[in-house]
Write a protein that binds this ligand. Structure first.
Ligand code: FEO
Ligand code: CA
Ligand code: CA
Ligand code: CA
Length: 608
């Protein structure tokens, strides 16, 4: 015990108000520092940031669109460690010297020059994806800085990766690049993360499907995930040098068989990726036993000696599901490693209206998951996880995003960020709001106090929304006590979630609604008292996402993703962005995603 305060004092700070300013707001008595914005050099020749940086430069710099993150202390230190963070996506119109020929945001068709994209711009965009591993140290005045270090690493959309688990070597993942189906290149759209009981990092592949095109047969393992016949998200397949690593994003390019073409490239994505941050030469590993979907992230329950390892993962799309993976082997702290994730049972959640729930196993040969219903092997069930979950009758949720397990009692919390398509015909008790604009947080307890149990009981922890008296929005929010939200805690679209060692529930917003919520913020709840307070507000047109602390809980790290997201192409041409955070020098530096370090001025535990 590190001297945790009594439950009544768990949230010892004064709530900050709603803010629409282009800055970070923290509570009285706290300070912050911005570190490692997109383009910060961390290795190699340490190329400094510029919109003129090349694709090769970007491979030695921090990527863009910071998301899930974890601090790995070196020798247990709270002042020296590896910060490992995801780079979910990019904003091409902000990252090149010229706006010409650059793909637009929001999946719009690119205004291409000659029907192609400059190959180095494509390379730069691919290298701005993935994961960064960067050593950071605390100096005087609590200021953190990047340390040049042999462990600093960029993992990108091009990094060689191993395919592990039941899908390894199957026909589903044989490609021109890896004819025996054991390897693939890169990871994409890494949203939330996880950290394993054995000290590795997990990066989730979320909205990967949009990076591909299939203008041909678009088989179920593509179509059920949203691979379309339009061009890829930023038309990487149209790179003007025709290089294999770029054109592979057109899955309809066909050769004699799968080992001669790109038809299976989309099946190499949609997995959880395990990375050993302390071994910069290791190949990341795609752990296929954990299923293939739009993984938001993964959360491990505290490991118990002699029991299976249990983790949970949401599939962030409207009406998709929450999953649980239970390892076949029991945990042994001395020997546990990532191979535990290659064998086990993947379950999907069914939330009954009476407050009970069931974990439905996705196992080939059981409950009709066999040839009579179109499933030919466990690899097939895993490649088509969403279809297997449909078949089993799982409960479609309001966009499951992050989860966390309360270390005090094993309760599992998941954010359901929003779902405006929920209607009177498909509401249920777990997703009870029609046109759910502002989302909610669901919570469950596994039966019998066993994290691996196949049944559970659930309730709704809180509802996002307005306070009833502001009159701006009729979608009202309620705190964990069922009381209407107030000026201190209105929130919309809970996304990031983390429960700290003292059981503070940190909640991060990703909302498109500005009025009355202001800029996206981070709040904290006390699950014992039901108190809920706004802790931090970010700059304009961003989301707060990613959260980790040092072991002493005196330093908090969060990410600000996509400040200035609302900027239009015309604004780009004039460098007139909706946000200029964090540099405030728009003529040379566009708005940039970055990490924010927060500490309490008196040196106390953050949040206390
Ligand atoms: Fe990448 Fe579901 O947020
Ligand atoms: Ca998210
Ligand atoms: Ca967002
Ligand atoms: Ca989100």
């Amino acid at each position: 015990d590190n001297g945790s305060p009594a439950p009544a004092d768990l949230l010892g700070f004064s709530a900050v108000g709603v803010s629409s300013a282009d800055q970070i707001v923290v509570p009285e008595g706290y300070s912050y520092q911005v570190i490692i914005p997109w383009g910060t050099p961390i290795l190699g020749s340490f190329p400094s940031f510029s919109v003129n940086s090349t694709g090769a430069d970007q491979a030695e710099q921090i990527g863009s669109h910071h998301d899930g993150m974890h601090f790995y202390p070196i020798n247990g230190s709270s002042e020296d460690g590896l910060l490992v963070l995801n780079h979910e996506y990019v904003e091409p119109r902000l990252m090149h010297a010229s706006a010409q020929g650059v793909a637009l945001s929001s999946g719009a068709t690119a205004p291409l020059v000659g029907g192609q994209r400059p190959a180095d711009e494509v390379l730069k965009e691919m290298n701005a994806h993935g994961v960064s591993v960067v050593r950071i140290v605390k100096g005087v005045n609590n200021e953190w800085s990047v340390q040049p270090d042999s462990m600093n690493r960029r993992i990108t959309a091009l990094t060689p990766m191993e395919i592990q688990g039941p899908v390894r070597g199957s026909d589903f993942v044989k490609t021109l690049y890896s004819p025996n189906g054991t390897m693939t290149r890169g990871t994409l759209n890494n949203c939330g993360n996880g950290y394993t009981p054995w000290g590795t990092y997990m990066a989730a592949e979320e909205n990967w499907a949009g990076y591909f095109t299939n203008k041909g047969d678009n088989p179920r393992e593509h179509s059920r995930y949203g691979v379309s016949s339009g061009s890829g998200r930023w038309a990487w397949e149209l790179a003007d040098n025709g290089a294999d690593e770029f054109i592979r994003f057109d899955a309809s390019i066909k050769g004699a068989d799968a080992t001669q073409d790109y038809r299976n490239e989309p099946v190499c994505f949609g997995w959880m990726v395990e990375i050993d941050p302390f071994d910069p030469t290791s190949n990341p590993k795609k752990r296929t036993a954990m299923g293939r979907f739009g993984h938001e992230g993964v959360v491990f329950a505290p490991a118990e000696e002699g029991k299976p390892v249990v983790c949970y993962s949401g599939d962030d799309s409207r009406f998709e599901y929450i999953y649980k993976f239970v390892t076949a082997a029991n945990y042994n702290a001395a020997t546990a490693n990532g191979s535990m994730l290659d064998e086990g049972t993947l379950y999907v959640a069914k939330f009954n209206d009476d407050g009970t729930g069931e974990w439905l196993p996705l196992v080939y040969g059981q409950n009709g998951l066999d040839e009579t219903n179109g499933f030919t092997s466990q690899a097939d069930v895993l490649v088509n996880t969403r279809l297997a979950a449909d078949f089993m009758g799982a409960t479609p949720m309001d966009r499951p995003e992050w989860g966390s397990v309360d270390p005090a009692n094993g309760d599992v919390y998941f954010t359901l960020t929003n779902n405006t398509n929920r209607n009177a015909g498909n509401v249920n008790e777990a997703n009870p709001r029609v046109a759910n604009r502002h989302g909610h947080i669901i919570r469950w307890k596994e039966d019998g106090g066993e994290q691996a149990a196949t049944t559970f009981s659930w309730d709704i922890f809180l509802f996002g929304g307005d306070s009833g008296d502001s009159g701006v929005d009729t979608n009202i929010g309620y705190d964990p006590n069922g009381d209407m939200l107030t000026a201190d805690n209105i929130l919309s679209s809970p996304d990031g979630l983390w429960i700290d060692p003292d059981s503070r529930v940190w909640i991060q917003m990703d909302s498109g609604y500005r009025d009355p919520f202001g800029n996206c913020a981070m709040l904290v709840a006390d699950p014992t008292t039901g108190d809920l307070k706004r802790f931090l507000v970010g700059p304009i047109d961003q989301e707060i996402t990613g959260i980790t602390m040092t072991p002493d809980q005196k330093t908090l790290f969060i990410n600000v993703q996509h400040p200035g997201e609302g900027t239009s192409p015309a604004d780009f041409a004039t460098r007139d962005y909706t946000s200029n955070w964090p540099d405030f020098t728009p003529t040379t530096r566009p708005p940039r995603s970055a990490t924010v370090v927060v500490w309490k001025n008196d040196g106390g535990v953050v949040g206390s």
